[in-house]
Design a binder for this molecule. Structure first.
Ligand code: FAD
Ligand code: MLT
Ligand code: ZN
Length: 519
């Protein structure tokens, strides 16, 4: 099913000016409300070199003039993250066309101690995809070939270069009768290499699981230029340590992903979408349990938003209307089913909805009657990141929490913040993933002091994770201890030191800089 997504239209616009061919747009779509003062909390590693004219000449011999970007507008876009919250001051963007070029660039940077930031579609939400200081930006966006697709006996294994845009892979597979096992609002700009490097979750995780399950193989280049060929296409391979998993979710801190092999499910013909209202959070939880029991194998998404999230979308996104007029309800749930028997699936969902209304779990609801209505339901949920951007500054928290505790945090946060900012909650309820957003007119340290460390302490106390799907990036590198034990963090730091002894790959991100200060 082709969905219309406004957040994605915005992203496509911003991706155009981040592309190699058109640098003419300004970065105004990034809201121009810079910047969160994070660089004050980390210091540039004095062991890193600065770019010299000789370096530029060397890169031109490898990549040619076109692959060495120094244009101010292009650099402005590449230095600034999607939210307009994090901003680096890199003077150089490199655009390799193949693995060999990536390898040569990294080998050289390592020998010169030049720090680098791997960048994909630059849609990351934790400040991981942009430089903190003057790191060299390496974007594999020109590596966008589909290398093979095996659909014999429903194998569905896709092998492609890391710079392929997720949406292009989705379209390619659609023609072949398959789908990508992941889908997210940023699909028009994000690259599969970025998705793998963040272990992106998104809207289909409930059904198809995490990328740790569907990625079958990878090719990655280490800091010293060594190419690791782990590009297997086998379902089963127990020959020693499965190193590809180190790169899935390592946010560019261990290597640059250059190729990906991924298992894709067949496309199923029958998709149904319902938009429902619940009056309390307990009903939302019970509804999820019921949906898992009654819809079982055909349940493909279970998303939620609260009334503040709904009000925000209605206020800031053009053409959006609440499909359940006239009153505002406390919670909204979007349920999607995907199966192969149209009559049975629809009847199954209708019976489930009827029962949920009769039992009082659902206060009101509507089943999409056509593709336009289905798209408009998705648009409400997927438009939330864009609506938050339009509303002003946003503090984003992406948490895994026990389902029964999840909304307690939202309510406590409202008390904690008071009238200074709006607390807006939505997320992938089916995966126990809350997106807690604090929306304020501008970034303000007084507001931040009310949110942190409260939000991290609360999450840790309830044995949640401070990053369900967005990663740690720069935002949460120093907060990792809220979710990982000191021993685990030490092993992570040892792995980082083994694979990247000079620490050139995405410095200041993922792990606390203090662990590497003796470098
Ligand atoms: P970037 O943002 O460019 O980079 C992200 C991280 O990966 C950085 O640390 C970067 O250094 C590293 N990286 C990028 N490419 C490579 C590479 N080839 N090799 C090594 N490291 C690399 N995320 C979710 O998980 N679920 C969602 O539902 C979701 N929805 C979103 C909706 C919107 C509107 C937006 C703006 C973002 C959303 N995100 C979501 C966050 C983001 O889109 C994902 O994290 C995505 O996977 C990032 O891909 P990217 O290509 O843009 O990577
Ligand atoms: C989403 O689920 O919409 C994304 O993860 C982005 C966000 O949290 O705003
Ligand atoms: Zn999400």
């Amino acid at each position: 099913m082709e969905k219309w997504r406004a957040a994605d239209r915005l992203l496509k616009f911003s991706s155009r000016f981040a592309s190699a061919v058109n640098w003419n747009n300004s970065c105004k779509s990034k809201q121009g409300k810079y910047f969160y003062s994070v660089a004050t909390t980390v210091h540039r590693n004095p062991l890193f070199s600065s770019i010299s004219p000789d370096d530029i000449s060397y890169f031109k011999t490898i990549l040619g003039e076109r692959g060495v970007v120094q244009d101010a507008l292009a650099l402005d876009a590449a230095n600034t993250d999607w939210m307009g919250k994090y901003r680096g001051s890199s003077k150089l963007l490199l655009q390799p066309k193949n693995t060999e070029e990536v390898s040569q660039i990294l080998k050289y940077c390592n020998s010169r101690c030049l720090a680098v930031v791997p960048q994909g579609g630059n849609t990351g939400l934790v400040g991981g995809s942009v430089p903190v200081f003057d790191e060299v930006i390496i974007n594999v966006g020109l590596m966008r070939n589909i290398l093979s697709f095996d659909k014999v006996i429903v194998s569905g294994v896709l092998v492609c270069e890391a710079g392929c845009i997720l949406e292009n892979l989705i379209s390619f597979l659609d023609d072949e009768g398959f789908i990508m096992p992941l889908d997210l609002g940023a699909k028009g700009s994000c690259q599969i290499g970025g998705n793998v490097s963040t272990n992106a979750g998104g809207l289909r995780l409930l059904r198809y699981g995490s990328l740790h399950g569907s990625v079958l193989g990878l090719e990655a280049v280490l800091a010293n230029g060594t190419v690791l060929d782990m590009l297997g296409t086998l379902r089963k391979d127990n020959t020693g340590y499965d190193l590809k998993h180190l790169f899935i979710g390592s946010e560019g801190s261990l290597g640059i992903v250059t190729k990906v092999s991924i298992l894709t499910p067949p496309k199923l013909s029958s998709v149904n979408i319902a938009f429902l209202a619940c009056e309390d959070y307990t009903s939302c939880q019970k509804l999820l349990l019921e949906a898992k029991k009654k819809l079982g194998g055909i349940l493909s998404a279970f998303e939620f938003l609260d009334s503040d999230a709904m009000s925000l979308v209605l206020k800031h996104l053009d053409g959006v209307r609440n499909p359940l007029p006239p009153s505002i309800h406390n919670f909204y749930i979007l349920i999607e089913t995907t199966g192969s028997n149209e009559t049975f699936d629809k009847e199954n969902l209708e019976a489930f909805l009827l029962h949920s209304v009769e039992s009082g779990l659902v206060a009101n609801g509507v089943l999409a009657q056509d593709i336009n209505q289905a798209s408009s339901f998705w648009h409400i949920r997927e438009g939330l990141p864009e609506a938050l951007m339009k509303a002003g500054a946003v503090y984003k928290y992406d948490l895994s929490l026990p389902l029964e505790k999840m909304y307690d945090l939202v309510e406590e946060m409202r008390v904690q913040i008071g009238p200074a900012a709006k607390v807006v909650a939505y997320g992938h309820l089916g995966d126990g993933n809350l997106h807690l957003n604090i929306s304020a007119p501008a970034y303000d340290d007084n507001i931040l002091a009310k949110i942190e460390p409260f939000v991290y302490e609360w999450t840790s106390k309830n044995r949640g994770s401070i990053s369900a799907e967005h990663g740690l990036g720069l935002m949460k590198a120093a907060k990792i201890h809220y979710s990982k034990s000191p021993e685990t963090v030490q092993v992570m730091a040892s792995i980082k030191k083994l694979l990247d002894p000079n620490g050139i790959l995405n410095p200041y991100k993922v792990l606390p800089s203090s662990l590497f200060s003796q470098n």
